[in-house]
Design a protein around this ligand. Structure first.
Ligand SMILES: C[S@@+](CC[C@H](N)C(=O)[O-])C[C@H]1O[C@@H](n2cnc3c(N)ncnc32)[C@H](O)[C@@H]1O
Length: 328
């Protein structure tokens, strides 16, 4: 659960004119011994990708955050998305070492879960890990949920329930953009406190409710919403559970109600989806025995029709992310 302190330390609120390699080295623990060039290589790599700006050359050069870094990589900023990078670094990158085994044997080896804690225990029991995960998800999803709030016709609806809503990012985006909408974010108890904090930080207290709900429990999805959403949730599960989640949402919606699934949808022909299929393999590794996978819009429509939905729509979000909408 390491957060890189570099961008936070260089943030404008500290009023630093910039820092040399030597100063940054002692601050964030980079080796700066004479002749060891990797510290400078690392910082200049960050200059090359636009995360740092550098004034001058050589040992006297001053490094500052770029505008992009100040906006997205300083923890505590409203659009901070570094959480997903920390999550990838802690979980997805080490898990990818087990991909060859998973592809050869059809399962993730048990030792993988000694190295990286099983995601289901992260969701279900460990509050610290669940909150770290929630910060990562907010970083990954904020841009998508803002676009969803703009592009989906919420003006025709009254109430959204976001299932597996984590810190409440989707509910807050919709409630902020559409003042007439009631919004509830549902997730497991370990995320509850983080969600209450996030909702307060977005000024949405009183407008967004945080409710504990296990979507695999025998209890029906709470009624009263004419829009239900699964943000990056369906791809976490195998086919049977995907269909169960669709069925439960269908049962809870009124006629004319909408179910929205946000995921990185694979193209229907499966010929041009490197990011989405990489995501699918990540889900396989993260969810182990669940046999989780990403899917296409065509598959979504087939499954949704099977449980009773009658019409469908696709909205583009950020990059490869899409919102697949099914109407009851
Ligand atoms: C991949 S995250 C997506 C979070 C959020 N929707 C987003 O896109 O940023 C999956 C979420 O599902 C939640 N979850 C997992 N199992 C659940 C269950 N049985 N009932 C309710 N939520 C669950 C997790 O706690 C987690 O917040």
């Amino acid at each position: 659960m390491q957060q890189c302190p570099l961008f936070g330390w260089l943030a404008p609120l500290h009023n630093r004119a910039g820092a040399t390699l030597q100063q940054l080295g002692s601050r964030i623990g980079l080796c700066t011994e004479p002749g060891f060039r990797a510290g400078a290589d690392f910082l200049d790599l960050l200059v090359s990708v636009g995360c740092l700006a550098r004034e001058g050359d050589g040992l006297g050069a001053l490094y500052r955050n770029s505008e992009v870094a100040n906006r997205y990589l300083v923890r505590g900023q409203p659009e901070y998305c570094g959480g997903i990078l920390a999550l990838n670094s802690d979980r997805s990158f080490p898990m990818f070492g087990y991909l060859p085994h998973a592809l050869q044997h059809g399962e993730v080896p048990p030792e993988a879960f000694q190295r990286v804690p099983d995601i289901l225990s992260t969701f279900g029991s460990d509050v610290g890990a669940a909150e770290f995960f929630a910060e990562g998800m907010t970083g990954a999803s904020l841009g998508n949920f803002r676009l969803l709030a703009e592009r989906f016709p919420f003006s025709r609806f009254a109430s959204v329930g976001d299932l597996g809503g984590s810190a409440g990012c989707l509910a807050c985006c919709v409630a902020t953009r559409h003042l007439h909408m009631a919004a509830t974010t549902y997730d497991l108890p370990p995320v509850h406190a983080a969600a209450e904090r996030y909702v307060r930080s977005q000024g949405c207290e009183g407008r967004v409710q945080v409710v504990d709900y296990d979507f695999f429990s025998p209890d029906p999805v709470p009624a009263g919403h004419d829009v239900l959403t699964y943000g990056m949730v369906l791809h976490d599960w195998g086919l049977d559970k995907k269909i169960l989640l669709l069925r439960k949402a269908y049962a809870a919606l009124p006629p004319g109600g909408a179910l929205i699934a946000i995921d990185h949808l694979v193209d229907d022909e499966r010929r041009s989806s490197p990011i989405q299929l990489g995501m699918s393999l990540t889900m396989l590794l993260e969810f182990g025995r669940e046999n989780a996978f990403d899917y296409s819009y065509k598959e979504f429509c087939e499954w949704a029709r099977q449980v009773g939905f009658t019409s469908f729509e696709l909205l583009c979000l950020v990059g490869t992310a899409k919102a697949a909408v099914a109407y009851k």
